[in-house]
Design a protein around this ligand. Structure first.
Ligand code: GLC
Length: 425
């Protein structure tokens, strides 16, 4: 059975290949997405290393002149998706794209390919190194608001955890302008409404895009003056890990100047970590920057301090306690939202379901920090959901039923690179 699934996973990646880059799934997401492509490269690397590097190279073709790597690259217009290039009107690079970014897992994926590869992989990584470093600089400057100790986000889509209840705090402060242009959603044409974000949430997503367009996608203004500003433990921990991994690559590639600069970013990340510690819940939580208010639930991003090698021993113990509490309630760890918090829905996108890429990095961090049993459970639960339901976008955390997109690229890729029992990690 797993062998058949390995073959099926390779077939999905080939079928979603659009000529050097991969779409997450046909119809629902018909473009190249940022962190999807990074995870997809790990899957390709198990059978076609050339194709793995190509995925990353094509992603960086979309990089903006200010260093940002956008969350979507629109190589052609596609009526199946809203909001497409004509809505974003974002032209900060050579290709049309979205005007926001996504969690920066790219450096960590490059280090993985280099660590498991040879001279050819080092040469490919060296050619991309400066671009990735520019992107990290962008996070530490354009997305770090004046006076704030951590990187932030201006749009829930930038966190990759689109409609997680974490973002309600930021949305509650927003008004939808009366002159917001009418639009037609396409996601609810391709997927079940009960698994997708609500209409009001969509209005607010579009309101932020309108602001970005109105300031000509000046990213510093979008951060400091925009309608939405939150700090996300997901982006924070993923960037800290990526800074560490890029620092490691700087050593391998003999780039001492870059290593010093990255040491500075790492020190900033380590010292900023406490900003995300919610003393009431005793967990790392999303935070609304202008009010200082914390989100009051444990999300899958709250489980990432191990991956970043961050947080004090007490903070890590408390994080493990939350995972124990939640693990006793759901059959499939790690839910995207806390089953004990308001807003939990086991089948609705980022309000409960288990996501393959989150389980991968959470489990990797737990294993590295010696929490072997829990790491195994997180990996085994994802494998069991895939074996039960197939290569879905995400899975109902209570039943393991597949949700939303089918034949999904990162699910296939991470099965091959990590979750398949044929894989010895
Ligand atoms: C959704 C997910 C996001 C992902 C994208 C493409 O928007 O929330 O994380 O990158 O789909 O798969």
């Amino acid at each position: 059975m797993p062998l058949d699934l390995d073959q099926k996973a390779r077939d999905i990646l080939k079928q979603n290949d659009r000529g050097g880059y991969t779409v997450p799934t046909a119809r629902l997401y018909p473009y190249q997405w940022n962190w999807d492509s990074a995870f997809v490269a790990l899957g390709f690397a198990t059978f076609d290393r050339e194709r793995a590097w190509q995925e990353l190279e094509l992603l960086l073709e979309g990089q903006w002149r200010d260093g940002m790597v956008p969350h979507i690259i629109f190589r052609r217009d596609d009526p199946d998706y809203f909001p497409g290039p004509s809505v974003w009107q974002a032209h900060g690079g050579d290709l049309p794209s979205g005007g926001i970014s996504q969690p920066p897992v790219l450096a960590s994926v490059m280090l993985d390919l280099v660590a498991s590869g040879n001279d050819a992989d080092r040469t490919r990584a060296a050619a991309l190194f400066d671009k990735v470093l520019d992107w990290h600089r962008w996070w530490h400057s354009a997305r770090t608001p004046d006076g704030c100790p951590v990187v932030c986000t201006v749009h829930p889509w930038e966190t990759g955890r689109d409609n997680c209840p974490d973002w309600d705090l930021g949305f509650d402060r927003m008004e939808v302008p009366a002159d917001l242009e009418p639009y037609t959603r396409m996601d609810t044409v391709h997927a079940d409404v009960s698994e997708r974000p609500s209409k009001l949430q969509y209005d607010k997503y579009v309101t932020i895009i309108k602001f970005g367009r109105d300031v000509g996608w000046d990213q510093t203004r979008l951060t400091n003056e925009g309608p939405f500003l939150m700090a996300d433990p997901g982006i924070h921990f993923i960037l800290l890990r990526a800074d560490r991994d890029l620092r490691h690559l700087a050593d391998i590639l003999d780039r001492p100047g870059a290593a010093d600069e990255l040491d500075g970013f790492i020190a900033k990340g380590v010292s900023g970590t406490d900003y995300l510690w919610n003393p009431d819940l005793k967990a790392f939580c999303a935070r609304e920057v202008r009010s200082g208010a914390f989100s009051q639930g444990f999300s899958s991003a709250s489980a990432l301090p191990f991956y970043a090698d961050a947080g004090s021993p007490d903070q890590r113990d408390s994080t493990l306690g939350h995972l124990d509490r939640i693990g006793a309630k759901v059959d499939f760890l790690v839910p995207s939202w806390d089953p004990d918090a308001p807003g939990f829905e086991p089948q609705r996108y980022w309000c409960g379901p288990v996501w393959p890429q989150m389980n991968t990095i959470i489990s990797k961090g737990l294993a590295e920090q010696g929490h072997t049993d829990l790491a195994k459970r997180v990996r085994g639960d994802l494998a069991a959901a895939i074996e039960k339901s197939g290569f879905f976008e995400c899975f109902n955390t209570v039943t393991g039923a597949g949700c939303i997109g089918t034949d999904f690229s990162w699910t296939a890729a991470l099965w091959l690179a990590w979750a398949s029992p044929n894989r010895k990690t």
